[in-house]
Design a protein around this ligand. Structure first.
Ligand code: GSH
Length: 218
């Protein structure tokens, strides 16, 4: 059986948990705090980041995009990465790049905010906020386009898939770590997407929650 090293707020780990659930793949969930020295993550990933999918033979697969690719290659049914042909598969991956980039900027902001206020860099934080805002605008435009015609409200190819997973996990992460962010009032199409996603057990059973970080990180 697979083991997934995961953290409760992590949007990257949540993508993998959702993909495993959608594909009906059984796995053992190992919840850790990746920022604490107690984590097993460095034993598998030299970059010291989770999620890590630990295979039955003990090897670790890491980097959420690559884990999803790996799962898709080994467990192609139902397909999540290649919704309907090359163009849609590429569009879905592009959406994932945007979603991951928004999360990367949010993580940087999260840590910057934990520094003493006099050490926080205002221009650095403004730069990250631009990425968050730009990325959300791009995802919102995709969501709006997905509401047209027969596309059923899904971001790419008229059916649920990778792009929706990636976008949905951004929104969950915002709610956990940046509850003050006004994404709901700015992007009604993303609110509607979040509503559709909330109907799926894979999303409902992986709702993110905060973790207490014990180690000093910054
Ligand atoms: N690009 C990576 C990002 C993973 C990532 O940043 N994970 C965080 C948890 S949300 C982590 O483990 N951070 C620990 C660290 O950077 O030292 C992926 O998609 O897997």
């Amino acid at each position: 059986m697979y083991r997934l090293i995961s953290a409760t707020p992590s949007p990257y780990a949540r993508k993998v948990r959702i993909a495993l659930a959608e594909k009906g793949i059984p796995f053992e969930l190992a919840t850790e705090v990746p920022w604490d020295s107690s984590t097993a993550t460095p034993a598998y990933n030299p970059l010291e980041k989770l999620p890590v999918l630990v295979l039955p033979d003990g090897r670790g697969i890491y980097e959420s995009r690559f884990v999803l690719e790996w799962l898709e290659a080994k467990h192609p049914d139902p397909p999540l990465l290649a919704p309907a042909g090359t163009d849609d598969a590429l569009a879905a991956r592009q959406a994932e790049v945007i979603a991951d980039g928004v999360c990367d900027a949010l993580v940087l902001l999260f840590w910057e905010r934990r520094r003493p206020e006099e050490h926080q860099s205002v221009p650095w934080m403004a730069r990250q906020r631009r990425k968050v805002d730009g990325g959300l605008r791009a995802l919102s435009a995709l969501a709006e386009a997905g509401e047209g015609g027969t596309r059923g409200g899904w971001l790419v190819g008229g059916r649920f898939g990778l792009a929706d997973i990636a976008a949905g996990t951004v929104l969950g992460y915002l709610d956990v770590r940046f509850p003050e962010h006004p994404w709901r009032s700015l992007h009604p199409a993303l609110v509607r997407l979040a509503g559709r996603l909330a109907e799926r057990p894979s999303f409902r059973t992986t709702m993110p929650s905060p973790q207490r970080i014990a180690d000093r990180v910054v």
